[in-house]
Design a protein around this ligand. Structure first.
Ligand code: DAH
Length: 335
């Protein structure tokens, strides 16, 4: 009889196929083939109605026995496969705690900023106050209040970058130095003044090893009664020794600035040569008058330090362009 033969074949062949199923997916397919709705088992059950009544019971039981036996085998195999698959998924997912972690790259204060911070600290320790001013400045504060005559050559567009901005009668420019803060500060504060102003300044210069259209200065201003050129030299010598070491040699060379009289440049001997580090001088009485101070009562000195220069002297850098190079290999050396 056909159903019986099929059952026997199923009973002998199916266990090996179940045991060989390599994944739960393969086993699912096998299950529907062996015991599912279109399986020989289901077909056998459906055909029971046509079986003579005296055979029906035995055949029915035989079908159920085979079905139960195979279902048990399938369930056992599924348990084995499912646990193996769970293990594999876990192993796949595992975090390797022995891997070194990714260390985020650490930012650092730029060398020029480090230098400015340090110079500010030196003057703050001497009792100076810190202030900053606008980078877009009026021609009045940048030049006129500082006693630059109307026809002074640095006012020309060949030297100074002018802005088309606002309606200031004298025009607006990118400040060419931090000195305008001398006038701004004195207008707002009564003497005595001990002030240091770090900042970025701009000039119409071609880039080369010693020039850049953007660079940095620290302005200084000391106004009090009886301030002398000796006080100026003392303060700046102290600064040079604090910043560059007690061995550093300095010299003052006469110079001219419209806003100081007399004026000088301070040079330091570093990296085998004399190098200009700053301009300085005694505040010109004309500047005191422009800001409403009485030049018969107060005297003072002022100075402007080139911060980029200072960084070069300190670190033996011979090309200014390195300071403005975004190359991390350069920047990382100055953490
Ligand atoms: N402002 C000058 C410059 O940019 C530097 C300077 C010289 C500033 C003498 C001063 C000073 O305060 O007294 O070249």
């Amino acid at each position: 009889m056909e159903t019986t033969e099929t059952l026997v074949r199923l009973k002998t062949e199916a266990p090996a196929r179940i045991a060989a199923a390599a994944s739960t997916e393969e086993l699912d397919e096998l299950e529907s083939e062996i015991v599912g709705r279109s399986s020989p088992i289901a077909a056998g059950r459906r055909s029971l109605g046509q079986v003579p009544p005296e055979q029906r019971r035995d055949l029915g039981r035989a079908i159920n026995d085979v079905a139960k036996e195979l279902e048990a085998l399938i369930a056992a195999r599924r348990a084995v496969l499912a646990s193996a698959e769970a293990d594999a998924a876990l192993a796949d997912d595992a975090v390797d705690i022995t891997l070194p972690s990714r260390i985020p790259s650490r930012g650092t204060t730029h060398l020029v900023q480090q230098v400015m911070d340090e110079v500010v600290d030196i003057f703050v320790a001497m009792g100076y106050t810190v202030a900053t001013g606008p980078e877009a400045e009026t021609e009045f504060y940048n030049f006129t209040a500082l006693n630059f005559p109307p026809a002074h050559p640095t006012r020309l567009e060949s030297d100074t970058l002018y802005l088309e901005y606002g309606d200031d009668p004298e025009g607006v420019l990118l400040r060419t130095h931090t000195s305008p803060m001398q006038a701004r500060y004195m207008e707002q504060h009564d003497p005595p003044v001990y002030l240091v102003v770090p900042g970025r300044v701009f000039r119409r210069d071609q880039v080369d090893s010693t020039h850049s259209p953007v660079f940095h200065q620290l302005e200084g201003l000391a106004v009090d009664t009886d301030v002398t050129f000796g006080d100026l030299k003392g303060a700046l010598d102290h600064f040079a020794r604090e910043f560059l070491g007690t061995e550093i040699e300095t010299k003052f060379i006469p110079h001219h600035f419209p806003f100081t009289e007399p004026s000088a440049e301070m040079h330091v001997y570093a990296n085998g040569r004399w190098m200009e580090l700053l301009g300085c001088g005694m505040v010109n009485p004309a500047v005191f008058e422009a800001v409403g101070y009485d030049p018969d009562v107060v005297t003072g000195f002022a100075f402007g330090i080139g911060a980029d220069r200072l960084a070069m002297v300190r670190h033996g850098i011979t090309d200014l362009r390195h300071l403005f190079d975004p190359d991390q290999r350069i920047l990382e050396q100055y953490r």
